[in-house]
Ligand binder design. Structure first.
Ligand code: ADP
Ligand code: ADP
Ligand code: ZN
Ligand code: ZN
Length: 832
């Protein structure tokens, strides 16, 4: 004990000391991290960066600082046993992760940052009021005038569209109304109703014989007979009187339908025609059929609320204005525009108004500046939080932290460069430096080298991923970092350069005469911020879409092209973006999209179940003679089924520590020794391995084992090809790092049956990969291309870009400042 105490005293109190961290793949890592400084942890995906920063430092900090109020010896011992010997000098910490907000769709950038609250106050204090009856300015004289006494609530709540008293009564504060849309009921007016012009009524030819089964369809046949209409004509050629009643009903006039069923019975029905619009309206407002409700959504479109014009509020609130600017208009401005508005308007206020609001304006200005400083100047206040990307969400969280003015905090940031164009890094560099300057300690987990220019200390984890990583392979201090930066190919000023500058060796041919593939053409795309651009993607080639964050890459690819393609392929989609025309899709027969969303934190899913190989392996075990003899069917080999799972850990192989603030900490199950199954199931072995052993093995070691099982081998080798060979087949999906989960998705999509005419959309497939793994992904893409696939990637990795056939650059900025096509073409080395 004495020894530990004296060792304690020698420890520098200006550092956080980690002794022998060994959670996950960490190999007894000990390190001292200086306080009030920036430490950047680099290393390839899966090397152990998050295990050190989040699972060791952050988790331990939560525990130590929570322990001031709760004390729980069980967790303390369990945690010490499994993760780290000791950490001293720790600070309270805040994690700023890349997770998008999964909040209420009604919360917005404005509400989260409290900027909306300040604006509401300002409008309440100095806003000019108008009478909603006569639209006259309200003052003492108006109150006694003919409009009567209108009592206004003088509270900022009047601008709160979530408040039942103040929301627009028609749309309930949503700003939009759903209405049945005629063009969605008759999707193919060039076809006849008999041949399925309307997906709502389906193919009426089939129905013609037995109208009694379904009067909804029968009434259309009855109406046609009544009006002597020829239903075999294309819908658009039918008489307007028929079309009118088709949609709006016969207004009480009864029509007769004589029918004969297949069985030979016959009869006559006589009733008024209700009409498609009324039927859909009626069914969708019937609360008993909420399931049917969803399927009716596809016949509706949402439009601006006709009462509030999408402004969500009561009219009295919407009319309040400051020099003609109304609150609902102000919240649609971007942060940058709002900053300008504030400066302009303050000068126009009277001395008295300025006095009342100077503090409010000052606070507002600070908040806006901070959002601007992290590069979010292009966002508008009324943007809803769930629609922000992970990176935008993270920068917003950073801006909020900058505003708290807290000091003495350990901030841990998770891959802040993800999804960012190198031009955007400068904002983050400033924000992170500002955190340090207010007296905080910052740890940045980042696989890219881009944050080293501001680092006081650099820790590199490695040398590789999983079992082959987990060591501290490099520790550098400021001086050494500087020295290595200057000789490194990386220069901060490179970030300022545009694509053409960063690739001086390539030039662009806008109309390449050499390469002339067929193209997919998108005309006048204006989804979100896109400025009516025309873009084309070559079929059978690899195209990259690049541009700063918010420039419109996803708006173009994943919010316009992708949903439109899905729709063309017969899938139902909510919206397809805004554009004039998309052509050239005739040859595409399948589309795959590998996105960045996490796989989910399901502890029962793992690489094996996710890609579907585990199902085949269960079949394989169930087909053995030993299993058949015992009567062990496929079910017995599922760790999710009561039949074969270990009764203690219920097939997880580990048991969670039951404690509310230690979420996610597990100890191995002592009954099955982590093997998940009952002893009987574990006795069924192939080449000495039980199914529990298989789950516990690394994927690359399974390739030999299954070399003769074609289907299993195909899937296993796909995991290996995307660089996940080092993972255990049964490692739970919730524990995979971001890059690992993305590659798992990639492997799944790539292993699906594709054909000559597939199109792949990939969102930053190289996030967190080592150069070696980037090459693996590239090879895979080339393999797909060789099979005839078209590939579109949103990507900034220079190596991938240099191997792409076609490049599309959007920009120049984010939001309003972006959305233009800067350049596109086939990059080619200049002829010498
Ligand atoms: P990085 O942050 O460098 O990408 P991580 O620290 O997330 O890497 O992961 C390091 C290794 O530990 C990876 O192989 C990962 O799959 C593994 N790992 C992470 N969490 C768990 C867990 N809960 N259980 C088992 N292995 C894990
Ligand atoms: P990138 O993919 O290049 O980062 P995005 O296409 O996501 O850019 O965004 C382009 C612009 O459109 C940004 O200003 C962004 O804030 C805005 N935007 C994106 N999604 C939505 C949405 N669901 N609603 C409103 N604006 C959006
Ligand atoms: Zn409304
Ligand atoms: Zn068990």
């Amino acid at each position: 004990l004495e020894e530990t105490l004296s060792a304690d005293q020698e420890e520098d109190p200006d550092k956080i000391h980690v002794h022998h961290a060994s959670i996950h793949n960490l190999k007894s890592v000990s390190v001292s991290i200086p306080k009030n400084s920036i430490t950047v942890i680099t290393g390839v995906s899966g090397s152990g960066k998050s295990s050190l920063a989040f699972d060791t430092l952050y988790t331990e900090s939560q525990k130590q600082f929570m322990d001031l109020t709760f004390s729980n010896p069980l967790t303390e011992n369990a945690l010490l046993d499994i993760s780290v010997d000791k950490i001293s000098g720790l600070l309270p910490s805040i994690a700023i992760k890349q997770q998008s907000f999964h909040s209420n769709p009604r919360s917005t950038v404005g509400t989260l940052t409290k900027v909306a609250d300040l604006l509401k106050l300002i409008f309440t204090v100095i806003g000019e009021r108008k009478c909603p009856v006569c639209h006259q300015k309200i003052d003492a004289s108006h109150v006694c005038s003919k409009c009567g006494e209108i009592l206004f609530d003088s509270t900022p709540q009047i601008f709160n569209y979530n408040h039942p008293d103040y929301m627009c009564p028609v749309c309930k504060g949503l700003g939009v109304q759903r209405q049945v849309d005629q063009s969605k009921i008759v999707e193919y007016p060039e076809k006849s109703l008999l041949d399925g012009a309307s997906s709502f009524y389906g193919n009426l030819r089939k129905h013609r014989k037995k109208p009694n089964a379904n009067w909804i369809r029968g009434e259309i046949l009855a109406l046609a007979e009544d009006l002597k209409e020829d239903l075999s004509l294309p819908f658009h050629q039918l008489s307007s009187s028929f079309k009118q009643q088709f949609f709006h009903g016969s207004k009480g006039r009864e029509v007769r339908l004589a029918y004969e069923t297949a069985k030979g019975t016959s009869g006559i029905i006589s009733r008024p025609v209700e009409g498609a619009l009324s039927i859909i309206q009626r069914l969708s407002s019937d609360s008993r059929t909420s399931k049917g409700h969803n399927s009716l959504k596809k016949y509706m479109s949402s439009s601006l609320c006709c009462h509030c014009q999408g402004e969500r509020l009561l009219e009295e609130a919407r009319l309040i204005n400051i020099h003609g600017y109304r609150y609902p208009q102000i919240v649609t401005l971007s942060i940058t525009e709002l900053q300008n508005w504030c400066h302009g308007i303050y000068g126009k206020l009277t001395k008295q108004q300025q006095q009342k609001t100077s503090t409010l304006f000052r606070k507002l200005n600070h908040r806006l500046n901070r959002m601007h400083s992290v590069g979010l100047g292009y966002l508008s206040l009324n943007r809803n939080l769930p629609s922000l990307s992970g990176g935008e969400a993270q920068r917003l969280k950073l801006a909020i932290q900058l505003g708290t003015g807290l000091s003495g905090i350990l901030y841990i940031l998770d891959e802040p460069s993800k999804g960012l164009h190198p031009k955007d890094y400068q904002f983050l560099l400033k924000g992170i430096t500002a955190l340090k300057e207010t007296g905080n300690t910052v740890i940045v987990v980042e696989h890219k080298q881009c944050f080293l220019s501001i680092a006081d200390m650099h820790l590199r984890m490695g040398p590789k991923a999983g079992r082959y990583g987990g060591e501290l392979v490099l520790v550098q201090h400021r001086q050494e970092i500087k020295a290595s930066l200057s000789e490194d190919h990386w220069h901060p000023q490179r970030n300022q350069l545009s694509l053409a500058d960063r690739f001086p060796e390539t030039c662009f041919f806008k109309d390449s005469t050499k390469k002339n593939p067929p193209f997919i053409h998108l005309k006048k795309v204006s989804t979100n911020n896109l400025k009516g651009i025309d873009v084309a993607f070559p079929i059978g080639m690899i195209s990259a879409v690049i541009g700063v964050s918010g420039s419109g890459k996803s708006s173009l690819v994943t919010k316009t092209l992708y949903p439109y393609l899905l729709k063309t392929l017969g899938k139902s989609v909510d919206t397809t973006g805004t554009f004039e025309e998309i052509t050239g899709l005739e040859t595409i027969q399948k589309v795959f999209y590998v996105h960045q969303h996490p796989i989910g934190n399901h502890s029962r899913s793992n690489p094996g179940t996710y890609i579907g190989v585990f199902d085949l392996i269960r079949n394989y075990y169930a087909a053995t003679d030993a299993a058949k003899k015992q009567g062990f069917t496929k079910d017995y080999f599922s760790f999710n089924s009561k039949k074969g799972q270990c009764p203690d850990c219920l097939g997880l192989g580990e048991i969670p520590i039951d404690n509310h603030y230690m979420e996610g900490v597990y100890i191995p199950c002592s009954l099955c020794q982590g093997k998940r199954y009952t002893t009987e199931v574990l006795e069924i072995k192939v080449k000495q391995l039980s199914i529990g052993d298989i789950l516990d093995m690394e994927i690359h070691d399974l390739m030999d084992f299954f070399q003769d099982e074609q289907e299993i081998f195909h899937l296993i080798s796909m995991l290996h090809k995307v660089g996940l060979g080092y993972l255990k087949l049964g490692q739970k999906a919730s524990s995979l790092s971001g890059g690992e989960s993305q590659r798992l998705k990639l492997a799944k999509e790539l292993s699906k049956k594709h054909n000559y005419h597939s199109l792949y959309i990939l969102d930053e497939p190289t996030t967190g990969l080592s150069n070696e793994d980037v090459n693996k992904v590239l090879l895979l893409l080339k393999e797909l291309q060789a099979k005839g696939a078209t590939i579109i990637i949103i990507e900034h990795h220079p190596h991938i870009l240099s191997e792409c056939d076609y490049i599309i650059e959007l920009g120049p900025g984010g939001g309003h400042q972006g959305g233009r096509l800067l350049q596109c073409g086939f990059p080619e080395p200049p002829a010498d």
